[in-house]
Design a protein around this ligand. Structure first.
Ligand code: CA
Length: 235
């Protein structure tokens, strides 16, 4: 169970209309052994995506010819390309919107280019494991029987816990917001807030830990939500 080594010199597409920010990012990424292409417009980003097939896209939300959210949605509809969104606004609602659109991470301006570079590495490490490969070899979901086994052992789950875990397992490595988890597990019956999700995640964690104390596959993303992450983890 060793994750494939991330490509040595991944190519990163930077879509950002502020040259100074793009230059600082390109510098930090190149120091970290990555190559970059910088474009300022969505129309150019589309061309680069088709021509160069980058390993990851860093995408500004506010661009002269449209919204990064739209491009993110568009990309997500047809590919698993990792996307890190950059925004000038720091409201949590934007984070949630970005993650619901399928972004893999989210950075608010002002940020340290070095930190963005670390996030890029972290996302690439997660993606270097084929989707579902790591988590799914340990988890097995039986939709019809509403059962999930972990490390070969059948988990004794309540219906809500089953739905929560199943939702997280659909996209290993991706962050699910508390809202989306609440919606998936409680639907129209959702009356209580985020804490309901947190409480159920806590019991889920305990049940997983009882089987494999050395793993903590449910990762907490402060202010954002949860993801399933076994290899690469939060390290
Ligand atoms: Ca901008």
């Amino acid at each position: 169970m060793t994750p494939a080594a991330p490509t040595l010199n991944p190519h990163i597409l930077i879509v950002e209309d502020e040259d100074a920010i793009a230059a600082a990012l390109a510098y930090a990424l190149s120091t970290d052994g990555m190559t970059t292409t910088h474009v300022r417009l969505i129309v150019d980003a589309r061309r680069e995506l088709a021509d160069r097939r980058p390993a990851l896209m860093i995408l500004d939300v506010g661009l002269p010819d449209g919204s990064g959210f739209e491009l993110c949605r568009e990309v997500r509809a047809s590919s698993t390309l990792p996307v890190i969104l950059l925004t000038a606004r720091s409201e949590e609602i934007d984070r949630v919107v970005g993650l619901e659109l399928g972004a893999d991470d989210y950075v608010s301006k002002p940020f340290s280019p070095r930190e963005v570079s670390l996030r890029v590495r972290s996302v690439l490490r997660r993606m270097s494991v084929a989707p579902g490969q790591s988590a799914m070899t340990l988890f097995s979901v039986d939709e019809e029987g509403q059962r999930i086994t972990f490390n070969g052992a059948l988990l004794a789950l309540t219906r809500r816990e089953f739905l929560l875990l199943k939702t997280l397992l659909v996209r290993p490595g991706r962050v699910c917001s508390r809202e989306s988890l609440l919606d998936a597990a409680w639907g129209a019956e959702a009356e209580s807030g985020d804490r309901t999700v947190d409480t159920h995640i806590k019991t889920l964690r305990a049940k997983l830990k009882a089987i494999r104390a050395d793993l903590d596959p449910i990762e907490t993303h402060r202010g954002l939500g949860y993801s399933i992450n076994i290899l690469g983890g939060s390290a």
